[in-house]
Write a protein that binds this ligand. Structure first.
Ligand code: GDP
Ligand code: MN
Length: 368
């Protein structure tokens, strides 16, 4: 399981790996407050699980809290390699950068050993370095059953070619990274870039993946990471009708019906069996970010999910959303009278038959 940068950084912090001061923000307003707390220029970093955010435009900089708010708004409109941005790390901008190094530990499944890779040519072009000048990357297998000693880490730093005055500092980062790699049953632990600055070294980025089979030993990580948006099973497709359902089967059936009546789904979005009002609001807002979405087909069969929660979510979104698209709702199940009453009061039409709702979504689409 890949974990977010901010979670990996909190692990780094526990492992005494120096990181810049930072706070999470889940809205532009919150980003402003967090930037005020830092009271210095900040980096606004999209928290998505895919790498290469810098190149994809997922990292912006801000000199003032107001700017941090604006940059966050920009990022919230973006998709980084297909992932929507719904949270950012507001981090004190690293200044006085002299160089960017790279340290990575992966579990090499073929060798059945951890492999440390390190280079003085770190930063965003590390893939290119690996391809074109692989000799610039030091590789060292570690014997998993033997203790990894600090001098071995310093040897790697020496092989990287760092200045003798830096061997101890860089060696310490490598050694501590190996400690967290082991302690957290990681399959990946990476610092790129390990920034060399006028005031010493600092881990500007953090990447970690935890072995799925060992996750049961690390329940705190699961609690700590904000998996709210990953809770959704979300797949982007190339049609125009966003299909949201509670439960995979129901969502798939909704998609089939859309195709059956002659249109194509824009999403598969399963909000899960017990989705709350907040989750459904999030799901609708998520698909609204996709400009190809012209109609939303919300297919809910209330079980643990209550129809009145769904109705409230739809009412809220239709009041607040900037980008408005017609929503066709199929709503039945737990608390359906209450849900239907809320929708009627707010002049939002609904259907109780899934077929009728799908048909309606398609005909709205075809009349647009
Ligand atoms: P990635 O692209 O997803 O690996 O994201 P990183 O966190 O590694 O950031 C990409 C690049 O942005 C880094 O290689 C740096 O060059 C730059 N960068 C990131 N954070 C800072 C920062 O705090 N200050 C400065 N000046 N540059 C940064
Ligand atoms: Mn990076």
């Amino acid at each position: 399981m890949n974990i977010h940068e901010y979670v990996a950084k909190s692990i780094f912090e526990k492992g005494n790996i120096r990181i810049p001061r930072s706070y999470m923000a889940y809205s532009p307003e919150e980003a402003k407050i967090k930037a005020e707390m830092i009271a210095k220029p900040v980096a606004v970093k999209s928290q998505v699980l895919s790498g290469g955010r810098g190149k994809a435009g997922g990292i912006l900089f801000a000199d003032t809290p107001k700017e941090a708010e604006e940059r966050t708004k920009e990022l919230f409109q973006k998709e980084i390699k297909g992932e929507l941005v719904s949270k950012v790390l507001i981090e004190e901008k690293v200044e006085g950068i002299l160089d960017e190094y790279f340290v990575s530990i992966i579990l090499d499944r073929n060798a059945k050993k951890p492999l440390i890779m390190a280079s003085m040519s770190g930063g965003m072009d590390i893939e290119q370095v690996a391809k074109e000048t692989p000799e610039k990357i030091v590789k060292q297998y570690i014997e998993p059953l033997e203790e990894f000693m600090p001098y071995q880490a310093r040897n790697i730093a020496l092989k990287m070619g760092v200045d003798t005055s830096e061997v101890s500092a860089v060696g310490t980062f490598i050694w501590r990274l190996y400690q967290v790699f082991q302690e957290y049953d990681a399959t990946v632990a990476e610092i790129n870039p390990l920034m060399k600055t006028e005031s010493g070294f600092i881990a500007a980025d953090a990447k970690m993946a935890i072995d799925d089979d060992a996750l049961f030993r690390h329940t705190k990580i699961k609690e700590f990471d904000d998996f709210k948006d990953e809770e959704f099973a979300y797949v982007k497709l190339d049609g125009n009708i966003a299909v949201i359902g509670n439960g995979a089967g129901l969502t798939l059936t909704g998609m089939d019906l859309i195709e059956y009546y002659g249109e194509k789904p824009a999403t598969f979005l399963d909000v899960g069996g017990g989705a709350s009002e907040e989750n459904i609001t999030k799901a609708i807002n998520l698909v609204l970010k996709n400009p190809n979405v012209k109609v939303i087909f919300l297919n809910v069969l209330g079980g643990i999910t209550r129809a009145d929660d769904v109705a409230n979510a739809v009412v809220n979104v239709s009041k607040e959303a900037e980008h408005k698209v017609p929503i066709v709702i199929r709503l039945t199940g737990t608390n359906e009278e209450e849900g239907q009453r809320i929708l009627t009061e707010n002049n939002i039409p609904f259907e109780t038959s899934m077929e009728k709702a799908a048909q309606k979504a398609v005909s709205i689409m075809q009349e647009l």
